[in-house]
Unconditional design. Structure first.
Length: 309
């Protein structure tokens, strides 16, 4: 499923990892964690002028063409005012501006509202979450972003195209073989109708992936609550390690491709805590070379997760 080339340096090991299916590569340098650049979070809490708070959301946010916003539980979904996709919506998860904790029902409602808004598109959808400014959130108030386009994003395209080639070559789904392989590895975390493990070739620090037994957005309904539960378990795990900021994305195939070799998957990565220096954990290797430098070995992530039980 992946290859490792390891060398030893004066400061410890350095691993070059490559995912066999897609060719995605990363470098893992555990010694770099000794830099201790991730400090206790300077959590932003100001709410003046926040367009997502209850007293402003109905006047500060746009509506769909029929003049409505989509409400599911406490969540509110509406078009993105500054879209970068053909269909781009925002879902405010909770009325609480600085929510530190989320319950399963709250997050499940937000995912459901986003999915319902995106279901109007025939394209390739994803549901995404930037939590806190150091993870790219321009507004602190917790919110999801849903996008859908006629073409998949680059990462989704890699897995969709390679997954179909794998099915044609082997007569099996790559994702099923991957789960069988990872279930016996030190990277496995847990299952709750969804399979969760540390990604062996991570795209970001402490990357965890959940693999769902479906391929399209239309099939998501029965798995919304286990998906929300799994995401929150990973977030709780991150916080036990001192990490508060994170990114998450859930990738779907287009409706027309149902049953063609894909599995919906959710990817989460930890990010540096908000800090007064505006220090970020993404630099030229991550953004220009698409070859992230990782600190934590995925196998260690499994050990850390099990140690917290």
């Amino acid at each position: 499923m992946f290859t490792i080339h390891e060398i030893r340096t004066e400061r410890g090991i350095l691993q070059y990892r490559r995912e066999s299916l897609t060719g995605i590569r990363c470098r893992i340098s555990p010694a770099r964690v000794e830099r201790q650049i991730d400090t206790a979070p300077a959590m932003p809490s100001y709410r003046d002028g926040c367009p997502f708070c209850p007293d402003a959301i109905d006047t500060s946010t746009p509506t769909f063409e029929d003049g409505s916003r989509l409400r599911c539980g406490k969540s509110v979904t509406f078009p993105n005012l500054y879209p970068f996709a053909e269909h781009h919506v925002v879902t405010v998860i909770t009325p609480d501006h600085a929510a530190g904790r989320f319950d399963v029902r709250c997050l499940a409602d937000a995912i459901s509202g986003t999915a319902e808004a995106l279901s109007r598109s025939p394209g390739y959808a994803s549901i995404n979450w930037n939590y806190l400014p150091s993870a790219g959130a321009s507004i602190v108030h917790p919110h999801l972003q849903g996008i859908a386009d006629p073409e998949p994003t680059h990462l989704a395209d890699l897995y969709l195209s390679a997954g179909r080639r794998y099915l044609a070559d082997h007569g099996r789904l790559y994702w099923d073989d991957l789960m069988e392989h990872e279930r016996c590895s030190g990277r496995f975390l847990f299952e709750n109708e969804i399979f969760w493990s540390a990604n062996p070739v991570p795209l970001g620090e402490r990357e965890v992936r959940g693999i769902l037994p479906i391929s399209t957005l239309a099939e998501l309904g029965p798995y919304v609550e286990p998906l929300a539960d799994g995401i929150l378990r990973v977030i709780t795990f991150y916080r036990s390690l001192g990490t508060h900021a994170f990114n998450a994305s859930i990738f779907f195939d287009a409706p027309k491709n149902a049953g063609r070799g894909h599995r919906v998957f959710c990817a989460l990565i930890a990010r540096l805590n908000p800090n007064s220096l505006s220090m970020c954990d993404s630099a030229f290797m991550e953004r220009l070379h698409l070859e992230p430098v990782i600190l934590t070995l995925p196998e260690d992530l499994g050990t850390l997760f099990r140690g917290g039980k």
